[in-house]
Design a protein around this ligand. Structure first.
Ligand code: ADP
Length: 496
């Protein structure tokens, strides 16, 4: 009899449920968007209960469509990482909206901690940087701003969790307060060497330990989704953060394997095996996964503008009607004719790290038209990828010849060809575009014993495309040199 696995992928703008069978085939999926709240400039919030309702909605849809008599043998949860919730243990209701990873409200506090010289300790213990992105300063903000919450937290009345933890709580009827190592590793409170909450960090960020969930391996049996919800229980046998789950979905399970997800931004992760590499290029060191008792680490870097730069061509400049056109437009000319675009709309991420940089266009002439600007925008995504990958190669001191890609923008064939040309490595696109949900479904299969080893999951991995470079190294070097000068000029302009 066919066995089924259920995945919940709770993302930043939408929630997805997916059903995968024991042959690794995606049988069904459902998706639902939910509201974003921007109460002030730089603030981004979600309503925790709206998240739970979206989860119940999509899970209900796919369970209802299962073949008669079929039921998932196990399920997994993957989620937007770092987003922070504190809720009442009695009611399960959040005491404040979820503060989303993008939220910058704690920037000043992070700057203060840096000035006080805390960053080295934080980096050493967590592999991360002192940045509002991560959960710890968001927890402190809620405790400092919701009246009475600090006292209640110390009395054990409140619970903190990232979104996985909050969903787990609700699916188990408040019985389980847990999370997995990958989500814990993004809080700034978790020591990735000891693999435990860190007392010094709890003290530094003034977080009472009574708030914290128990931390387990990704393939742990966390509890069961209550029978009362959909008629039958389902064991929850996997949790992993979104980028980590997509690494598994992309079959990046050996040291040196690397993937990039192209959505709004670009997210690159490289498996470094059991070696914890401390970056010299301000990349993040993080936990890739813990499966069958073995911890695997990763290096991670992201750039902020990928698909969002293309959306800007459509919504801001209005020079294209839809984002898909960019493929044909880029192809319609032989080169971008010396035009370079640095899409630093919200500063520059790794490895440049220039928060003050603004977007810029270089090399305009009377001959410049829409096609050059469109092509230069797509190229900028390639150049940013190449810069990050060089930084990773340097840090890890290894070279590799394949980059696996996924995400909305990886549908752009021209971009994939440019990527291989500019990096002279092969580009592989996964057959499955939703590698995040897919990855955690496979993990749930491992956690429930349906599959026996992470390495054996490779049989399910299929790709639709391999792109190989067609330009010369000399040409590549020339273009990357021009890009480098464009980035330097952009940063120079941002200096006051
Ligand atoms: P996210 O998960 O971050 O919301 P998606 O993975 O859905 O993003 O990717 C959507 C982004 O990719 C959008 O910003 C869009 O502009 C861009 N995009 C989608 N398809 C293409 C395409 N064919 N060519 C260029 N950009 C694209």
């Amino acid at each position: 009899m066919t066995q089924y696995l259920l995945a919940i992928d709770q993302g930043t703008t939408s929630t997805r449920a997916m059903i995968v069978n024991d042959q690794g085939q995606v049988i069904d999926s459902a998706q639902k968007e939910f509201p974003q709240y921007f109460p002030r400039s730089g603030w981004v919030e979600h309503d925790g209960m709206e998240i739970i309702r979206s989860v119940m909605d999509v899970v209900g849809q796919v369970l209802q469509r299962l073949p008669v008599g079929a039921w998932p043998m196990a399920m997994g949860i993957t989620n937007q990482r770092e987003t922070t919730l504190i809720w009442d243990r009695k009611t399960g209701e959040p005491i404040y909206p979820a503060i989303v990873w993008q939220d910058r409200r704690t920037a000043d506090y992070c700057r203060q901690l840096k000035q006080e010289g805390h960053e080295d300790l934080v980096r050493e213990k967590t592999g991360l940087l002192l940045d509002p992105y991560f959960s710890a300063t968001k927890i402190k903000w809620i405790l400092d701003n919701v009246a009475g919450s600090r006292t209640r937290a110390a009395k054990g009345e409140l619970a903190f969790g990232t979104v996985d933890s909050f969903i787990l709580w609700h699916l188990t009827g408040g019985r389980v307060h847990g999370t997995d190592v990958t989500n814990a590793s993004r809080t700034l409170l978790f020591n990735i060497r000891d693999m435990a909450w860190d007392r010094d960090l709890l003290q530094l960020f003034e977080v009472p330990p009574e708030l914290l969930p128990d931390v387990h391996a990704c393939d742990h049996h966390f509890g069961d989704m209550e029978r009362r919800l959909f008629g039958q229980a389902i064991p929850i046998t996997a949790i992993a953060g979104d980028q980590q789950a997509s690494m598994i979905g992309q079959d990046c399970v050996h040291a040196g394997q690397i993937k990039c997800t192209y959505g709004t931004g670009g997210f690159i992760m490289m498996n470094t095996g059991d070696t914890l590499i401390q970056s010299k290029n301000r990349l993040l060191t993080t936990v890739a996964y813990e499966i069958q008792g073995k911890v695997t680490y990763a290096l991670e870097g992201s750039f902020f503008s990928a698909g969002s730069a293309v959306s800007w061509l459509r919504d801001g400049l209005k020079i294209i009607k839809n984002v898909k056109e960019t493929d044909a437009i880029a192809r319609s000319i032989d080169s971008s004719n010396g035009v370079y675009m640095v899409p630093a709309f919200t500063g520059l991420g790794a490895p440049h790290w220039d928060p003050d940089a603004k977007g810029s266009l270089f090399g305009l002439s009377r001959g410049t038209g829409v096609a050059e600007i469109v092509r230069a925008t797509l190229e900028s995504v390639g150049f940013q990828t190449a810069d990050l990958i060089d930084a990773m190669k340097q840090d890890a001191n290894i070279s590799f010849d394949v980059l696996k890609v996924d995400g909305g923008m990886a549908q752009n064939e021209w971009l994939l060809q440019f990527l291989t040309d500019i990096m002279q490595i092969d580009i592989i696109r996964s057959r499955i575009s939703e590698t995040t949900a897919y990855g955690v479904a496979l993990l749930a299969g491992l956690g429930s014993g349906l599959f026996n080893r992470v390495n054996n999951l490779s049989i399910f991995y299929q790709y639709v495309d391999v792109k190989q470079s067609v330009i010369s190294i000399k040409e590549m070097t020339r273009q990357r040199g021009n890009w480098k000068r464009a980035v330097e000029s952009t940063s120079y302009y941002a200096r006051k």
